[in-house]
Ligand binder design. Sequence first.
Ligand SMILES: NC(=O)c1ccc[n+]([C@@H]2O[C@H](COP(=O)([O-])OP(=O)(O)OC[C@H]3O[C@@H](n4cnc5c(N)ncnc54)[C@H](O)[C@@H]3O)[C@@H](O)[C@H]2O)c1
Length: 315
Amino acid sequence: MKILVTGGCGYVGSVLVPKLLKDGHSIINIDTQWFGNYLPKHKNLRNLKFNLSNIKSLKVKNIECCIHLASIANDPMAELDKSLSWETSALNTYSLMEFLKNIKTKRIIYASSGSVYGISKNPRVTEQTPLKPISLYNKVKMVTERVILSYSKSIETFIIRPATVCGYSPRMRLDVTVNALTFSALSKKEIRVFGGKQVRPNIHIDDMCDIYRFFIKTSKKNSGIYNAGFENKSILDIAKFVEKFIKSKIKIYKDRSDPRSYRLDSTKILKVGFKPKKKIKDAIIDLRNNYQRKVLKKKPNFYSLKWLQKILKNN
Ligand SMILES: NC(=O)c1ccc[n+]([C@@H]2O[C@H](COP(=O)([O-])OP(=O)(O)OC[C@H]3O[C@@H](n4cnc5c(N)ncnc54)[C@H](O)[C@@H]3O)[C@@H](O)[C@H]2O)c1
């Protein structure tokens, strides 16, 4: 199948695109390459350094499916330039949807975020739970979902609301919970926890990629919104878990500015036949092994906030 991927040079995309190529798909990836490009060359990959805002000028035909990952991808980064955040996700997504409609693309799969639910004590946050986005990032994601859903009559729309992703990627993100706590344990022998009571859902990067692969093939009758997170854990519990596998000490600091707390219920995605294969534990062990083999190293572009700050300053 010919697939258009947006944001495929990012943390998730750098694992997903090689898997799609291995599945035999032909990929066109467009990405500004803010955090670099770790995608290996492949005969079935057209990897373009390209801003989604220019989508109208993209020369492509017969795209059957689009996997839309491009976004400013966390809360503090979204706050750096609020207009750019709206532009990058919501406005560019509108242009993307018009483009896909014109070239008669059948299906879009969108990476939204489980954080659209905001703070919730509800033990079962399902797709029916009202959205209470609290940060700009969450609001942008919610509005972008609505933009995509407004095209449901002409394009099959699949909206995925992922938990926080964990595990190794060549374009690493050391700013997401499990990765950050694990890397801190590995490099400093100390796990810094701020607050710690916040409950967050988690998903392994391989399961995340498998979800996109699953929805490429699934029947169109399954189109809709899906939560995607299989382990809800408090930050402190994740830290204790990391401590089990990596010799280190937990240090708890007073709560800072990130009160997001919610538990995702992903029964719906399980009911349509998706089966997760990995756990947080696998991500921690994988990160540890890659660190010990010197495959995983600290690089400035693995800290998305500071890196994007630099890029925006130089523009
Ligand atoms: N990683 C997570 O824990 C997580 C959790 C929930 C949702 N998501 C969502 O999944 C998607 C992928 O996340 P990620 O962790 O890989 O993020 P990432 O920041 O590593 O990747 C995003 C990519 O999009 C690109 N990009 C940004 N603006 C662009 C534009 N205008 N045109 C073209 N490319 C552009 C960036 O260069 C980057 O390579 C994002 O939409 C994110 O919001 C991620």
